[in-house]
Write a protein that binds this ligand. Structure first.
Ligand SMILES: Cc1cc2nc3c(=O)[nH]c(=O)nc-3n(C[C@H](O)[C@H](O)[C@H](O)COP(=O)(O)OP(=O)(O)OC[C@H]3O[C@@H](n4cnc5c(N)ncnc54)[C@H](O)[C@@H]3O)c2cc1C
Length: 290
């Protein structure tokens, strides 16, 4: 039996271990005027039946969110999915079938599905699957691009040509210098370039960062270009800079919170800890405060 760490460790970054316990968290965020993207935690699987089960869970999640929106009147919740959970590393064709089945339901239920971007062994495959899905479901599927990758300028240009919905972020996986910029100043400068390209030429991009320099650059660019605040959104992770999330939203910008939930929280949680020293301190304090 694998080691199971207690959930209280992850509570700052992960809404709950079950969907039932996550829904009240979504209600609270929406009541404050924040938008939500729900992420059922999990990473790559190498078994077809597990991948098919993940697809079915995503479908159930889509149906549940749509029924809940009919009840509350609060529409617009997105789901964020990982293709590696739906069999991408087993057989791309099988993954495509799973994705298209999910998107069929998402279209019927009017739920937007974002394909998270994972490590570079699947970047090309993820973009290929996105383009296939986008042909059929342009209003219900979006992609993520990572500013730290050296290839990303071309991918941004391609998504601008398609008019696709892109989330731009720095990139969270450890990648070698051959494929990814390593210096924060360089990654940040590229992020700002891509933000400008996407806001100008793509469709409703998500600017996903907690980095104040990029947030301010985005606001300044939109102001200078007289770009409507409805033309893009900011995105942040649940539990990261919560006061700033509300401040940005109250200032009249769209702010979407990426809300992870589920029992498989450990890899997600570990990435968040690696990113910022103070997160590690936060966990240390939680451990001792019990
Ligand atoms: C909504 C969302 C979705 C994402 N999806 C993906 C994905 O699909 N694939 C992927 O690879 N990665 C994804 N990421 C993760 C992303 O790639 C980065 O790893 C992560 O966001 C950290 O980078 P950052 O730009 O937020 O700022 P960081 O590099 O963490 O921080 C830079 C600067 O921001 C400021 N700052 C940050 N946090 C705080 C704080 N708590 N208080 C005060 N100042 C602070 C500080 O000035 C800091 O120096 C996503 C991120 C978000 C927000």
């Amino acid at each position: 039996m694998p080691l199971k760490l207690p959930f209280f460790l992850a509570r700052r970054f992960v809404a709950a271990e079950t969907l039932d316990n996550t829904l009240p968290v979504i209600d609270e965020l929406q009541a404050e005027g924040l938008h939500v993207a729900l992420d059922m935690l999990g990473e790559f699987v190498d078994d077809r039946s597990v991948a098919a089960a993940a697809r079915d869970q995503y479908i159930k999640l889509t149906e549940r969110l749509s029924r809940r929106a009919d009840h509350t009147g609060l529409y617009g919740t997105n789901i964020s999915i990982k293709l590696s959970m739906m069999g991408q590393k087993i057989d791309e064709r099988f993954c495509e079938e799973n994705l298209l089945e999910l998107l069929g339901v998402a279209k019927e239920r009017n739920v937007f599905v974002r394909l998270d971007m994972e490590s570079t062994d699947v970047t090309t495959s993820t973009l290929r699957l996105f383009e296939r899905a986008y042909e059929e479901y342009p209003d219900h599927v979006g992609i993520v691009l990572q500013a730290y990758l050296k290839r990303t300028r071309q991918d941004v240009e391609r998504m601008c040509d398609l008019g696709a919905r892109v989330r731009i972020c720095k990139g969270a996986y450890k990648e070698p210098p051959a494929v990814a910029y390593q210096r924060m100043s360089e990654i940040r400068a590229r992020f700002i370039d891509y933000m400008k390209m996407l806001i100008s030429d793509a469709h409703y991009p998500g600017i996903a960062t907690h980095d104040e320099e990029i947030i301010r650059a985005t606001m300044a660019f939109a102001r200078a270009q007289r770009i409507d605040r409805d033309a893009f959104e900011f995105q942040m992770l649940y539990g990261m800079r919560p006061e700033r999330q509300r401040e940005i939203s109250q200032g009249g910008h769209h702010m979407r919170i990426y809300v992870p939930y589920g029992e498989e929280w450990l890899p997600y949680y570990t990435r968040r800890l690696r990113e910022r020293k103070e997160n590690v301190w936060f966990v240390a304090k939680t451990l001792f405060k019990r």
